[in-house]
Every structure is written in C-alpha cells, then in structure tokens.
Write a protein that binds this ligand. Structure first.
Ligand code: UT7
Length: 329
C-alpha cells in the first residue's frame, strides 16, 4: 500500500539586509550593467551577523507549520538541505528540531547543492508514500554570504541568503508528488566546490590565506551542465507522469542565472508567464531558491488546487533534481 504524499504547507524567510549591485560596485571591479546583463541579479539578502542558517530555517519552518496547521510535535522527520550548516555537526536539522520542539523527529542535513530542497522533497515524500512517516518537514536554508569570497567578482555577485520550508503530509489520491527525477554526475564535482575544511584539506592558516574555505566555481562548466540538465529533468518528470508541458501551470526553476532559465524556457517551449522568476530580487540562494519561489507564487495566488507544478534545480555535485506536483491545497 502506498499513500499519496505532497506539500501541505509552505513558508519562507529572507534576512532584512539588502546588498545591491551598486553596493557591490564599491567592493569589487564590477558594474550593475554587467551583473544584470550576464545574470539578471539586482539585489540579494544578507543574514545579520548573529543569524546562522538554523535561524533562517526556523523562521521559514514556523510559517510552514502554521500554513499546514501542524504542531512541531507531529513531525517525524526533519530534513534540512544546506551547504552552509551552522556546524559540521550536530546537523542543522537537529538544531532546528530542538528550537521547534519537534520532539523525537528523525533529523539529517542533506548535501546536494542547489538541488537539495528538491532532493528532500523526493526523499520526504517517499517516506510518507511508503507509510513510514505521516508528517515531514523539508527546509532549504543557506547563509552563502559566509562562504563567499568577497574579493572574487566571478562569484561574490551571484549569491544571497534565505530559507524556505515545506511540510509534507498525506494528500488526496492523485495529488501531491506525481513524479521525480533525482540524479548526479559526480565527475563534475570539481566545477563547484568549497575546497577546504573537510578531511581532504583540513583548516590550516594556509587554507585560510588561500581563500579555500570559500566557493570556487567554473561558471561556464556549471552553466553548460545546467542548460542541458534542467530541461531534461523537466521532460523526464512529465514523461513519467504521462503529461506534456502544456499541462503545466507553473514552472519553478532554480534561480542561478536568468540566462539559464531563459534557455530552459526556450528548450521546453514554455511561456515566461508560467515561470516563477525572482533572481533579480534575491540572487542565487542555493537550496532555498525553490521553496522561496513556491511561497511567493502561493502568496501571489499562482498556486491553485489541482495545478501541475514543476520544481527543477541543479547544483554542486554536480546534481540535478526535478519534481512534478499536483498542488494539493
Ligand atoms: O547554483 C549553481 C551555481 N552556479 C551557477 O549556476 C553559475 C552558472 N554560471 C553562470 O551563471 C555564468 O557562467 C557566470 C554568471 C558565473 C559568468 O558569466 P559568463 O558569461 O560565463 O562570464 P565569464 O565567466 O565567461 O566571464 C566573462 C568576462 C571575464 O572577463 P574577460 O576574461 O573576458 O576579460 C570575467 O573576468 O566577465 C568578467 N567577469 C566580470 N566582469 C564584471 C566575471 N565576473 C564579473 C563581474 N563583473 N562580476
């Protein structure tokens, strides 16, 4: 016996502080014109010094729980997708569990780069479908500003901080997650990496001096991977569910670069009105992008019961992830 599983509540949180392209012009050799033309980004949010990833996650989770009319004690599993955990251990999911008072929920952090939230959606929904759990919290939360090299114009203009959360539960038959496509190409790992701080290159004065605790990226390699994999993952989930792109009410793509999104729109032949884009306002928040987009779309009245929605992402790993949902609320 399997159960239909889907999103029953969502919420998001963005730190108050804004960092505009004009601010960045004063920090590195860049320009508003270059950033807007090459990425589509105009602004990003930056966590306050006292805010860590679990603090952002908490704010989003509280809203998602209220939206789902769910008490923290009902949660049986908490997954936090992040590349910027508060600590190496304990997991940010455990810190969040304690703060929420979600007594005894199983907890783990999920490292799949920007695909992390959709990976979490997949794993969380399958644990409900199998009957193992009834209520699962999936969070995508990042404080990328803490691992950005603020002297590297190739990367520092791209990223921002934020969090989004979804409560998953049993839904009406035929609704919720209809199909998934989760995958990775580990041979591309070197293209997007934080080289130091793990067991390969533990922290030393030399690794700090070399800025090896920050994001290192071969932008064009990641771009090519994304351009190929985002449309492919969308086609895969549609094919698995026996639907076509015309059946999709809303496409929610990972927000890494407007040109990557436009490329995917062209390959999929989907109109811009059906695609949620907020990269101009928030930049790339890695695992937080998709749940923040979903929350904004819901708030704008763009998610109605029965709508087919695709969430699709790519990221460090290199990973990709697509999920097709029939909106259940
Ligand atoms: O979520 C997953 C994470 N990452 C991604 O998805 C990133 C995917 N890749 C990209 O979005 C793009 O590759 C970037 C936005 C990172 C770069 O855009 P690009 O069109 O691939 O530029 P490029 O790396 O080929 O650089 C072109 C030029 C270079 O100058 P030269 O060598 O031609 O003189 C760069 O040094 O633009 C220069 N450049 C900049 N100029 C002004 C790079 N960054 C900047 C900057 N401001 N911020």
């Amino acid at each position: 016996m399997t159960y239909a599983a889907g999103i029953i509540g969502i919420g998001s949180y963005l730190p108050e502080k804004n960092l505009t392209n004009q601010d960045l012009e004063k920090m590195v050799d860049t320009s508003d014109a270059w950033i807007v033309e090459r990425t589509g980004i105009r602004n990003r949010h930056i966590a306050a010094p006292e805010q860590a990833t679990s603090d952002l996650a908490y704010e989003a989770a509280v809203k998602a729980l209220a939206d789902a009319d769910t008490k923290p004690e009902e949660l049986e599993l908490i997954i936090v997708a992040t590349e910027t955990p508060d600590y190496k251990y304990p997991s940010t999911a455990c810190l969040l569990q304690a703060r929420l008072g979600a007594k005894e929920a199983a907890c783990f952090d999920l490292s799949a780069g920007c695909s992390g939230f959709v990976y979490g959606l997949g794993i969380g929904s399958q644990s409900i479908a199998s009957g193992l759990y009834q209520k699962v919290l999936v969070v995508g939360a990042e404080t990328l500003s803490r691992i950005v090299d603020w002297t590297d114009r190739n990367t520092c203009v791209l990223f921002g901080d934020g969090a989004g959360a979804a409560v998953l539960g049993r839904v009406e038959e035929g609704y919720g997650i209809l199909s998934l496509d989760l995958g990775a190409d580990g041979t591309g790992g070197k293209h997007l990496i934080q080289p130091a701080g793990g067991s390969r290159n533990p922290a030393t004065h030399a690794t700090v001096d070399a800025h090896d605790h920050t994001i290192h990226m071969d932008g064009q390699d990641v771009f090519k991977f994304a351009a190929r994999k985002m449309p492919a993952a969308c086609k895969k989930v549609l094919q698995k569910a026996g639907l076509s792109i015309d059946d999709v009410a809303l496409l929610v793509p990972h927000q890494a670069n407007l040109r990557i999104i436009e490329n995917a729109m062209a390959r999929l032949k989907i109109d811009r009105e059906k695609v949620w884009i907020n990269i101009d306002r928030h930049g790339n928040m890695s695992a937080a992008c998709i749940p923040v987009c979903l929350t904004e779309a819901r708030d704008a009245g763009r998610l109605k019961k029965g709508d087919n929605v695709i969430a699709v992402a790519f990221g460090a790993g290199l990973t990709w992830a697509g999920a097709l949902l029939k909106w259940a609320k």
